[in-house]
Ligand binder design. Structure first.
Ligand SMILES: [Mn+2]
Length: 306
């Protein structure tokens, strides 16, 4: 039995890829199970719930008995569960430029810089003429839309558009489905620290640990305006807990297409201003157009000398 899993506490892309790739393997003669570590992101939960798709079980229940692990939408050591031993990973399908592919000695690796890992999984079905279930088609389609911010960000490619069209032809979605999905993930009822904790990216560059928080929501400026004091406290706590050297948040407005970077210390601001060619005014820096976190990280790696 092969375990297909994503990074810890996966987003919609990771969850969709795990679900659909396990299905692809089963349909092509390899026994596989999809499971996740941590808690699925809110947006993923929305899609699973809306279409009554059974939730993915806990990966830890399968790690010991699996004959191999496939990582989808994941290729960074710091992002995967510590139960996922790199030697056990037999395949990686991912789409991030900054990755640890070299640290998985037994893995067959496909890393291609498309907008969504779901595109790479969809292409497997498409190329082999394997019919995805309705559930897989919905999940993969939704993941492509989400990861590309409805085809508006710079990481979107024609391959993403082509696979989205292929999947869309197989399913019927409610009217305004995408707006509903984006609106749902923009309503934050949970304590903010939990939200950021669940989607924290940790990256080590020249020996220094960066903690990068991210939100993709409608109404970023309103959010920032009403939460700055709380955010400063949360940043302090997360920085301490993770022993991070640098911490900042990148907030993407998925309706107005800009980033708002939030940062409270002069050192991190300085690093960001150099790496991203931005300017902070107080603790905020607004940048037109969308810069995804997976685009920010390589820019930091290029410019940060420690
Ligand atoms: Mn992804």
């Amino acid at each position: 039995m092969i375990l297909v899993t994503a990074y810890e506490s996966p987003d919609l892309d990771g969850s969709a890829c795990a679900y659909a790739y396990a299905e692809f393997l089963n349909k092509t003669g390899t026994s596989a199970v999809a499971a996740i570590s941590g808690k699925m992101h809110k947006e993923a939960g929305f899609v699973f719930d809306k279409f009554n798709i059974p939730k993915l079980p806990n990966a830890e229940d399968f790690v010991a008995n699996s004959n191999g692990i496939v990582l989808v939408d994941a290729s960074e050591l710091l992002a995967i569960s510590n139960k996922t031993l790199p030697e056990k990973v037999i395949e990686i399908i991912d789409h991030r430029r900054a990755n640890d592919a070299a640290k998985f000695p037994n893995a067959k690796i496909q890393i291609e810089l498309v907008g969504s890992a779901a595109t790479l999984i969809s292409e497997r079905f498409y190329a082999k003429g394997v019919e995805p279930s309705k559930e897989s088609a919905i999940l993969l389609y939704s993941a492509i839309v989400s990861n590309t911010i409805n085809f508006k960000n710079n990481i979107t490619t024609n391959r993403d558009r082509k696979m989205a069209d292929y999947l869309k032809s197989k399913i019927e979605l409610p009217k305004n489905y995408v707006s509903e999905m984006f609106a749902f993930k923009s309503i934050i009822n949970e304590p903010l620290e939990e939200v950021f904790d669940a989607d924290l990216a940790k990256v080590r560059i020249n020996g220094k640990l960066f903690a990068i928080l991210q939100l993709e929501i409608i109404g970023v400026e309103e959010f920032a305006k009403s939460n700055m004091p709380v955010l400063e406290e949360i940043f302090g706590r997360i920085k301490k807990k993770e022993s991070a050297n640098y911490i900042f948040a990148t907030l993407i407005d998925i309706e107005k297409y800009f980033n708002l970077f939030i940062c409270f210390d002069a050192e991190t601001k300085n690093v960001l201003e150099n790496a991203l060619k931005i300017k902070f005014i107080g603790n905020l820096s607004k940048r037109k157009g969308i810069l995804m976190r997976k685009e920010v990280i390589p820019k930091l790696k290029e410019s940060f000398v420690g």
